[in-house]
Design a protein around this ligand. Structure first.
Ligand code: FES
Ligand code: FES
Length: 161
């Protein structure tokens, strides 16, 4: 059976609080939409296979791997990327904590780490460093900055209690 060629599909999306009406090819991932179409290059492409977490963003407040999600599946949803976490010049507490605790080296994994941590804290299941390590295990850091990442997240988690 042959299928007719599929043209661009209409999509409405709020990205970092901005309402967008777009047309995207049906095979476009959310990651490629953000990086290639919207120039939001803070979200990183590492493996492109759901294994590294570099592409983590928040969709309706839930953390997901943007490389595994088709853009058209996000119709009507709200996406937050690392660019949308600060309020003007005021950093999100996790961004500030990552700087304070020196929680990165090359920084490639950092946007995904921070977005994932925002989602993890919202889930509310972490109580200590072991939980943080377990629940952040989908975010790989090739530089091995894990001890400081856990400290940074732990500080914000403690402040929220
Ligand atoms: S780029 Fe998405 S998980 Fe690695
Ligand atoms: S800081 Fe380099 S990969 Fe994490």
């Amino acid at each position: 059976m042959t299928h007719p060629p599929q043209g661009p599909i209409p999509l409405t999306l709020a990205v970092n609080g901005r309402e967008l009406a777009l047309h995207v090819a049906p095979w476009t991932t959310l990651l490629d939409l953000l990086r290639l179409h919207l120039d939001l290059t803070g979200t990183k492409k590492g493996c492109d296979h759901g294994q590294c977490g570099a592409c983590t963003v928040l969709v309706d407040g839930t953390r997901i791997n943007a490389c595994l999600a088709l853009a058209v599946m996000q119709d009507g949803k709200s996406v937050t990327t690392i660019e949308g976490l600060s309020r003007g010049d005021e950093l999100h507490p996790l961004q500030a904590a990552f700087i304070e605790h020196d929680a990165f080296q090359c920084g490639y994994c950092t946007p995904g780490q921070i977005c994932s941590a925002v989602g993890m804290l919202a889930e509310g299941h972490a109580e200590g460093p072991d939980d943080i390590r377990e629940q952040m295990s989908g975010n790989i850091c090739r530089c091995g900055a894990y001890p400081n990442i856990v400290r940074a997240i732990g500080e914000v988690m403690g402040a929220g209690r």
